[in-house]
Design a protein around this ligand. Structure first.
Ligand SMILES: Cc1ncc(C[n+]2csc(CCOP(=O)(O)OP(=O)(O)O)c2C)c(N)n1
Length: 300
């Protein structure tokens, strides 16, 4: 069996000289993803940070074939690629749709839902910087309560959509959440998904130094704090059976979680945000835990 260490020391799938911001975890996440999935991959990427930082063809930094497509079309174009591969009898190529949270949770939601309902053969990764980052950090449907964006200057009111749970309701072979600060967990989930046929979905939390306003060298630490405070729950569902991932299991007990403040204190997007909105975020987190743990306790 290939070890994570061997996977991480495999040839670099992202070439140097690309245009990602310092501390960008979407580029880190894609580097892990392509190392995990190997060279026989075809990607679809809608308009998002990745379509910008990869650079223009033929000087793209991404070493596998990429279809750069319209904002809403990551899943539908991947469905087309997957159908073409099937028609040609090519069963060993992995189709990877790689989209931001805006492209997935908002404008692309209908196409993901359609592809998922048809159980089209692909891995769909939503890398979430919790905003429309490349166009200037506007609020997305995944922006957490209280977060300041350029369209929510006093902090986001209301709750985000939980796209991983929305996808879970589609009865998929595989649904998981991950975070770029935990490559071993993410790589394991991708490799598990790659062995399965049908629609596999992974929601990858990808902290954004520019949008969340933290120093670039804190990217990994901020992602870890998201998990350690319970703000981001790591779980997976094989054939619908939800299970907390080992990294999140201990945080099922709220007393084991670090205070939310530990996570927010690095992030300029929470600076000066009202106590009420921070409390709303905590309430949202507690509610997510009660949903996930209740679903994890149901066995089919
Ligand atoms: C139909 C359409 N509307 C708006 C845009 C402009 N646009 C390009 S990328 C983007 C934001 C992407 O946000 P997200 O999917 O979260 O990815 P990120 O930039 O954060 O990586 C927008 C609004 C577009 N390309 N197409």
């Amino acid at each position: 069996m290939v070890t994570t260490k061997e996977i991480l020391s495999s040839p670099e799938p992202i070439l140097p000289g690309h245009a990602a911001c310092a501390g960008c975890s979407s580029s880190l996440g894609l580097r892990y993803a392509l190392k995990a999935l190997g060279e026989n991959v075809i990607m679809t990427i809608p308009a998002c940070c990745t379509s910008v930082w990869q650079g223009p063809y033929p000087k793209s930094a991404i070493t596998v074939p990429v279809l750069n497509i319209a904002f809403a079309a990551a899943a539908s174009s991947a469905s087309g690629v997957s159908a073409a591969l099937e028609a040609k009898g090519k069963t060993d190529t992995t189709v990877l749709a790689w989209a931001g949270d805006g492209g997935s949770v908002d404008i692309g939601l209908a196409t993901i839902s359609g592809a998922a309902e048809r159980n089209d053969n692909m891995i769909y990764v939503t890398y979430s910087n919790e905003s429309y980052s490349n166009t200037g950090v506007q609020k997305s449907g995944a922006t957490p309560p209280g977060a300041r964006t350029t369209t929510t200057p006093f902090g986001r009111i209301g709750s985000p959509k939980n796209i991983a749970l929305i996808m879970w309701t589609h009865h998929l072979p595989y649904v998981a959440t991950a975070c770029t600060s935990y490559p071993r967990d993410f790589i394991g989930k991708l490799r598990k998904a790659q062995q399965m046929k049908g629609f596999k979905f992974i929601y990858l939390l990808a902290p954004c130094a520019v949008g969340w306003r933290f120093p670039a060298e804190k990217t990994i630490e901020v992602g870890k704090l998201a998990v350690e405070t319970g703000a981001h729950i790591l779980w997976e569902a094989v054939d619908g059976d939800i299970e907390l991932s080992p990294l999140s299991k201990k945080y099922r007990d709220p007393a084991k979680r670090k205070p939310l403040e530990e996570y927010l204190k690095y992030q300029g997007r929470y600076k000066g945000i009202s106590k009420e909105l921070v409390e709303a975020y905590q309430k949202y987190i507690d509610y997510q835990w009660s949903i996930i743990t209740s679903l994890a306790d149901i066995k089919k």
